[in-house]
Design a protein around this ligand. Structure first.
Ligand code: R5P
Length: 340
C-alpha cells in the first residue's frame, strides 16, 4: 500500500515543531570540544603490575611520538590503548584542539568520543602522522601478532597509512618468536561464506587445529566490526619464525580479508616492565631503557589525586620523569632516564 502524503493543516504542528528525544550524546559546540579537562577521561587506575606496565608503555610512547606537529593521529584497539588516549588528553586542550583522531574500530571510536577529541575516519584522512596501537605478541624483529580483539583489518590500514606506527604493550608480549606466549593462533579475518574453505586451506598450509572464533555471550561466531568472521590458526615454531612468508601464504587464500601478522611495520615498540621501567625497541635494532635512576630528570610530584593523569594512576607510579620530547607539556610521566 503506498504511503499517503503528509497533509499539513494550519495550526497543527509541522514536523519541525515535533519534539524529538535528545540524542544519546548531546552535540557539543566546537569550542567545548577543546576545553574538556583531562580528568574527564575515565580510565580506571591500574590495579596490578600488568596494568601499570601497560600504562607506563603507553605514556612513554605518547611522550616520545605524539609531538606537537602530529595533527592526524591513529588510535589502536585493546586494553593498553585507553592509557594512550589518557596521555594524549593530558597534553591539554590547546594542543588537541586542532588534531583529528582516527579509530581502528568501535572501541577506539568510543574512546575518542568519550574523551571529547575530534573524530575522523581514514577515508577522510588517508595519511596519518602517527598511529599508536597494542599487540598480542611482538618478536625480536618487531613483527607482531594482532587481532586478539578482531580489529586487525582496520589496525593494519591505520598502520600502513601512518608515517610512524608505534606499539605499546606490557612485558608479557615480548618474545623471540611469535606464537611463544600467544598460543591461540594467528587471527585471520574471513568473509563469512568462505570460512569453511579457509579453515580447510589453513590446515593444508600446516595450521594445527585452526578454529572459528566463537562469541562468549552470543550463540555463534564473533563478528568483526567489518561484518566478517575470525579464524584463529596456530602454526608451529618453524612457520612462526618466518612470519612474512606465512603472512603472504595466508593472505593469498581467497576469502581471507586480513591476517593478524604485522611484519616490518613498527617503528618502535614500548614494553612496560614489572619493575616500573620501560624498554623501547626500534626498527633499526637499537634499544632504549627508561627508568627512575636519573636524578637530573626529576620533576615536581604530580597533581593531587583526582586531578588529571594522577586520577588515572600516575600518582601510584614513579614520580620522576624526563621532560617530554613532544614539545607539549603533559603532567609528570612514569618514563624516566634514557640508557641506550
Ligand atoms: O584486535 C585487537 C588488537 O590487535 C589489540 O591491539 C591486541 O589484541 C592487543 O590488545 P591488548 O592491549 O588488550 O593486549
Amino acid at each position: 500500500m503506498p504511503i499517503p502524503p503528509v497533509v499539513l493543516t494550519p495550526g497543527v504542528s509541522t514536523p519541525a515543531e515535533v519534539e524529538y528525544p535528545p540524542p544519546l550524546r548531546p552535540k557539543m559546540p566546537s569550542q567545548q570540544v577543546t576545553t574538556v579537562p583531562a580528568s574527564s577521561v575515565s580510565v580506571a587506575p591500574p590495579t596490578n603490575v600488568v596494568e601499570a606496565a601497560k600504562q607506563l608503555a603507553a605514556w612513554t610512547a605518547v611522550d616520545k611520538h605524539v609531538t606537537k606537529d602530529c595533527q592526524v593521529i591513529g588510535i589502536g584497539s585493546g586494553s593498553t590503548v585507553p592509557y594512550v588516549v589518557e596521555r594524549i588528553v593530558a597534553q591539554g586542550p590547546e594542543v588537541n584542539k586542532d588534531r583529528v583522531f582516527i579509530p581502528t574500530g568501535f572501541q577506539s571510536k568510543e574512546l575518542i568520543v568519550d574523551a571529547h577529541l575530534r573524530l575522523g575516519d581514514v577515508d577522510q584522512y588517508p595519511h596519518i602522522d602517527v598511529t599508536i596501537d597494542g599487540a598480542d605478541e611482538v618478536d625480536k624483529d618487531l613483527n607482531c601478532i594482532k587481532g586478539g580483539g578482531a580489529c586487525h583489518l582496520r589496525e593494519k590500514v591505520l598502520a600502513e597509512a601512518a608515517d610512524t606506527w608505534v606499539i605499546v604493550a606490557d612485558y608479557r608480549k615480548n618474545s623471540e618468536v611469535l606464537g611463544t606466549n600467544w598460543t591461540q593462533g594467528v587471527p585471520v579475518e574471513v568473509a563469512p561464506f568462505a570460512y569453511a574453505k579457509v579453515l580447510y586451506n589453513l590446515r593444508m598450509l600446516g595450521s594445527t587445529n585452526p578454529k572459528l572464533r566463537m562469541a562468549k555471550m552470543k550463540a555463534g561466531p564473533i563478528v568483526s566490526d567489518n561484518g566478517n568472521f575470525v579464524i584463529d590458526a596456530p602454526f608451529n615454531e618453524t612457520e612462526m619464525s618466518d612470519p612474512l612468508t606465512l603472512l603472504t601464504r595466508i593472505k593469498m587464500l581467497t576469502g581471507v580479508v586480513e591476517v593478524g601478522l604485522f611484519c616490518h611495520m613498527a617503528k618502535a615498540v614500548y614494553f612496560g616492565n614489572q619493575d616500573g621501567s620501560v624498554m623501547a625497541k626500534f626498527y633499526d635494532g637499537h634499544e632504549e631503557h627508561y627508568d627512575n635512576t636519573s636524578p637530573s630528570n626529576e620533576v615536581p610530584p604530580p597533581p593531587a589525586a583526582g586531578a588529571g593523569a594522577a586520577k588515572a594512576g600516575g600518582a601510584s607510579l614513579s614520580q620522576t620523569t624526563k621532560e617530554a620530547d613532544t614539545g607539549v607539556q603533559p603532567p609528570p610521566a612514569p618514563a624516566l632516564g634514557v640508557h641506550q
